[in-house]
Unconditional design. Structure first.
Length: 204
């Protein structure tokens, strides 16, 4: 009798091997950090996904699902110990990550609200996320102008605009997280002044 299709799929998978231990997880963490900046939470998620992939492969080979679950739990604990050591040694620095990422996003025209949401999603603590980008109305205005320049609206618009166009442009900035007052100032600014503000933001 020919083998079942599910058996062929299983036999084509590479063997799961031993559960990831601290040494393998440490190597994986360093390899990831060599390519990407990461927070402690973000790196933990990366290692957990690696462990989950191992657990799925192991579950396809072993009949004892409880044993696989126990090994995966031990690997997750090892992953947290690896991340804690990297934090203690300064290899992972959430504050530095938050500050650098916030500045880059601000120069790209992201509002403070959008920057904060981005940092929280990456695992930055709420207090650190709030400190990464000071509550500076002029910096927020410059970011709104950078956004307007990228979208070619407001002072960077070509041609005249009626009331409907202005409302749509204001809505674009509002959805991007800019307050109404900031959006209004950005959209009404003189084109040369707006261009100079964006240039100063890029050079800051």
């Amino acid at each position: 009798m020919p083998p079942k299709q599910t058996d062929r799929r299983r036999s084509s998978r590479p063997p799961a091997g031993a559960a990831p231990g601290a040494a393998r997880l440490h190597e994986a963490a360093l390899a990831h950090l060599a390519r990407f900046a990461a927070t402690a939470v973000g790196l933990t998620r990366v290692l957990d996904r690696r462990i989950d992939r191992w657990a799925r492969a192991a579950a396809a080979e072993e009949a004892d699902g409880e044993a696989v679950a126990q090994k995966a739990a031990a690997a997750r604990q090892a992953a947290r110990e690896v991340v804690a050591k990297l934090v203690a040694s300064g290899v992972i620095d959430d504050a530095a990550f938050a500050t650098a990422r916030a500045r880059r996003l601000n120069r790209a025209g992201r509002s403070r609200r959008a920057v904060t949401a981005h940092l929280l999603a990456r695992g930055v603590d709420r207090d650190l996320a709030g400190e990464a980008l000071p509550d500076d109305p002029e910096a927020e205005l410059a970011a709104a102008l950078a956004f307007a320049r990228r979208r070619r609206v407001g002072p960077f618009r070509t041609g005249e605009a009626d009331a409907d166009i202005r409302r749509r442009e204001a809505g674009m900035l509002a959805r991007a997280g800019f307050a109404q007052e900031i959006a209004s100032r950005a959209l009404r600014m003189d084109p040369e002044e707006a261009e100079a503000a964006v240039l100063r933001l890029r050079q800051s």
